[in-house]
Design a protein around this ligand. Sequence first.
Ligand SMILES: NC(=O)C1=CN([C@@H]2O[C@H](COP(=O)(O)OP(=O)(O)OC[C@H]3O[C@@H](n4cnc5c(N)ncnc54)[C@H](OP(=O)(O)O)[C@@H]3O)[C@@H](O)[C@H]2O)C=CC1
Ligand SMILES: CC(=O)C(=O)O
Ligand SMILES: [Mg+2]
Length: 773
Amino acid sequence: MKINKQDALNYHQMGQPGKIEVVPTKMLSSQIDLALAYSPGVAEPCKEIALNKEDAYKYTSKGNLVGVITNGTAVLGLGNIGPEASKPVMEGKGVLFKKFAGIDVFDIEIDCTDPDEFIRIVRSLEPTFGGINLEDIKAPESFKIEVALKEQMKIPVMHDDQHGTAIISSAALLNALELVGKKIQKIKIVMNGAGAAAIACAKLYLALGAKIDNIVMFDKDGIINPERNDLDIYRAQFVTTRKITTLAEAMTGADVFIGLSAGNVLPPEYVKLMAKNPIIFALANPDPEIPYETAMAVRSDLIMATGRSDHPNQVNNVLGFPYIFRGALDVRATEINEAMKLAAVRALSELAKEPVPEIINKAYADKAIAFGRDYLIPKPLDPRLITTVSPAVAKAAMDSGVAKHPIHDWVKYDQELQERIGINQKLMTRIINQAKTNPKRIVFAEADHYKILKAAQIVLDQKIAQPILLGNQKRIEALITENALDLEGAIIIDPSKEAKKREKFARVFYEKRKRKGITLFDARKLVKGRTYFGALMVETNEADALISGLTKDYSQTILPALQIIGVEENVNRVAGMYIIQNKKEPYFLADTTVNINPTAEEMVDIIGLTARAVRFFDVEPRMAILSYSNFGSNRGDVPNKTILATKLAKERYPSLLIDGEMQANTAVNKNLLQEHYPFSDLAEKGANTLIFPDLTSGNIAYKLLQEIGEAETIGPILMGMHKPVHILQLGSSTRDIVNMIAIAVVDAQNHESRSNQKASLPEAIAGKIGSLV
Ligand SMILES: NC(=O)C1=CN([C@@H]2O[C@H](COP(=O)(O)OP(=O)(O)OC[C@H]3O[C@@H](n4cnc5c(N)ncnc54)[C@H](OP(=O)(O)O)[C@@H]3O)[C@@H](O)[C@H]2O)C=CC1
Ligand SMILES: CC(=O)C(=O)O
Ligand SMILES: [Mg+2]
């Protein structure tokens, strides 16, 4: 994946600088809250903790808080760039801890290179944290620091670059060896790098059966052999007695190369020297010891992994640290010991051999990921990691006697883990990857706008879509130059210069609308408008989907689309849906954009369209029909209408989980449903799809969520059009536009794949033609 320097800087700079903030977990909005949270109320937990320090786990965030601590001396493969410069990486680790395992992090960058002083500082932080993740501290100091802190602290301490890397690379190595039928006891290993990561990896390989005589290690000064008189005690363990002096000699006949050093230090010709079916893990970040493509081009029997996400086999400690700490914190382990590390290795290596759920195939746009040369180890977005690795680590902590709070109910623990991450966090990743499998031509009516051009560049770079930019060519080109955009490959069309095409489109439009009051003269005038022009491109198959609306009111944009493209066959109307992505799961809201005051029957159409669209996102809809009343508790037109809509929808779509009418909070609060309305079909899980009684309530609800809720919103997704058209909200961000483009591409793929299938909406909902927007 091409990452542009300026984009990376903008990403970190935009909005509130950095990637992380502290969010309160309790209400703090009244005098009472303040008195409880702070003086005088706060004194009570203080006094309890003073009597029993363990109560810090009960009354503070300690039990779920990890310190990601560094001095910035070995930041990725960038070297000793200092504590300030390491902060983006540490914030990044914090975000991954949170996203993948629900663990909160304070990142702490300490200006201190003296190991004893560093040890003293970190040790003094024990009251704050439930665990310490040491990060990017250079060897050999990192060894001394970790050993001392493990000894002196009663909370789990792990140097991630050592043990995270050792665990993940061991799991991948065991699986790679299994694939090529080699035994770890027999393989010849070249370790390039003799720092924190390399030494810990080599030690774990030895624990797994590798032979010290078969390992050769290199640092910047060359091979580690008896002639070296500059070796610390850690490197000295890996002095080779073999008669080798150069990397080329070591690579000759080697089975495995492990790179934990720096980028681009392994010449391709050395790869040729390796034994049959060689294994290369080039793990330096961000640039591996040899680029993936270069190594793979050298020989076809190579098994290759890197630390990056843009190639198969990402061997990166992100597969470990969130889940290892999760398991350790959950049993309040006093340390992370060898048994826990080996349990993580086994869990990871076994998970890679399990059949891969469809959700992961989709997240990686790969039709069928299966254990093999390109899939040695689970993918970082695999939601099974938390429910596999964390329990394995927790069990091992219990079995090895370091768990202060053993887990007894493993089924309940599994559920808790799932709830921590929410199974559908990766919704847009899945859609984007699905889009990449078959990019489509997307025409933009408002291409003379920076945000559209930037989004077009992103989708072009990421091969999500082929942009067609409508607008004044000179203005578009000026914007591209002004903003240093790279839009090579995008098609620019200036409708004002396309007289022939306009005439063709005017005639198509005229034929469609001549009995609806449109003259050819009107048509010629209207097709000068870019939304008309774009919609006609889609209608005449010159483009696959239209995106418009960034600078215009919704109704002005939808009109041309409805007049030209119209409503899908077998569907009575179009409707708009918004996705609200909260921390745990997405919620789907409809109709938020089109139907002003639908009748009960019209609501049933909207329910059908929405159910199908929700399934398009691989989510099973649990639909609540909303009102200001709960199951007949209030009278009025809206409750009457929504009660009828619920009844009719249940009749028309018997396979759908629908209930109503109910208030919005009832719908999304399963405890409330269980307590007061246990008879409801939604009582078990609550609703994830909310159908509004009218446009006023739908529109107000999503706009409020968008502006003052903390959730990310995706949409509006226009449902029920004959061909894909999506209309942006006025002022959408570049990110909103990219999301919308990906949705439009997948929508176009689905339209294409069902063009020969004629099925009614109820049949589609019954699952006969799959999930389609
Ligand atoms: N994929 C993953 O999950 C992970 C990858 N890494 C990567 O591993 C690398 C090392 O990290 P870490 O061990 O923490 O850092 P350290 O600073 O502890 O170690 C770096 C080691 O690499 C050696 N080295 C540097 N350049 C060369 C070279 N050209 N040839 C041979 N050896 C070289 C250094 O030698 P000397 O001692 O002589 O200076 C040192 O032994 C980084 O690139 C990092 O990104 C680390 C952790 C996880
Ligand atoms: C991944 C990681 O921790 C590193 O490269 O340092
Ligand atoms: Mg690191």
